[in-house]
Structures are given as structure tokens and as C-alpha cells.
Design a protein. Structure first.
Length: 140
């Protein structure tokens, strides 16, 4: 006997106001008409993030969902802290990569023919240092 498996996407945190956003195939995320989730509470489709939906005061359980589906806003605060920790660790790795490239540049600087390699290593180090200093997660 053949069986069919259906995957049902539940709205964000099982809220009756959240819907999946419209996405076009082959279009970059920044140019999509809607985000991953939209809120339809006011009668129009408005982009919302997971954290915004999770901490929304108008959250209502979708019909047919279990009452324990809603998670307290403390989980949202924890997730924000985890995201910040991830961003800081990413910036630390970028800074260490810059230091690594500077060190390689100094180590290889033993003969005049190695100057182009050294300059290349230092330019890579400058790029990684700039990325570590100015990159902000969540911004395009």
C-alpha cells in the first residue's frame, strides 16, 4: 500500500495571525516581495521576524493547536543573547584570521622576491580586520 507524507508548515509559534511569506524562485532574499513570515492581524500583510512574533502582545493560538505551543518571551531574550554571542564569536574569528595573515606576511618576508606575497597577506589581513570591525549580522 502506498503512503504519502505531507509536510505542514505551522505559522510562526502557532499564532493564528502569522502566514508564510510569498517567495519568488530565483530571486535574492533582499529582493523578495515578503519576508519569511507575515502578520495579517490588521488586515494587511506585514513582514515580521520570529522574535517579533514570539513577543507580540496580540499572539493568539491558531485553531487546532495545543495550548503549550506558545513560548514565553524569556526564550526570545535568550535567543537574542545567543545571536549576539554568535556575532561576537564570528567577529573574534575574523580578527584572529587578520592576525594570522599579518603573521604569515612577516614570516615570509625573508627575501626581496617575497615582498609581493607579504603585501598580499597584509591586504588580506586588512580586509579581515575591516570585516571584523564593521560587519554587523543581519544587515545585507
Amino acid at each position: 500500500m502506498a503512503t504519502t507524507a505531507l509536510v505542514v508548515l505551522q505559522p510562526v509559534w502557532d499564532c493564528r495571525w502569522s502566514r508564510n511569506g510569498y517567495h519568488l524562485t530565483g530571486v535574492a532574499d533582499a529582493q523578495q516581495p515578503e519576508g519569511a513570515w507575515v502578520c495579517v492581524r490588521e488586515g494587511t500583510r506585514r513582514n515580521v521576524s520570529d522574535v517579533e512574533c514570539r513577543t507580540c502582545p496580540h499572539w493568539e493560538l491558531a485553531p487546532g493547536m495545543h495550548a503549550h505551543a506558545h513560548v514565553s518571551s524569556r526564550v526570545g531574550a535568550w535567543e537574542v543573547a545567543v545571536e549576539r554571542l554568535l556575532a561576537l564569536s564570528t567577529q573574534a574569528v575574523l580578527a584572529l584570521t587578520a592576525v594570522f595573515f599579518v603573521a604569515i606576511g612577516f614570516v615570509t618576508l625573508t627575501q626581496p622576491m617575497s615582498v609581493p606575497l607579504t603585501v598580499t597577506m597584509w591586504l588580506c589581513a586588512a580586509a579581515f580586520a575591516g570585516l571584523a570591525a564593521f560587519w554587523r549580522p543581519g544587515e545585507g
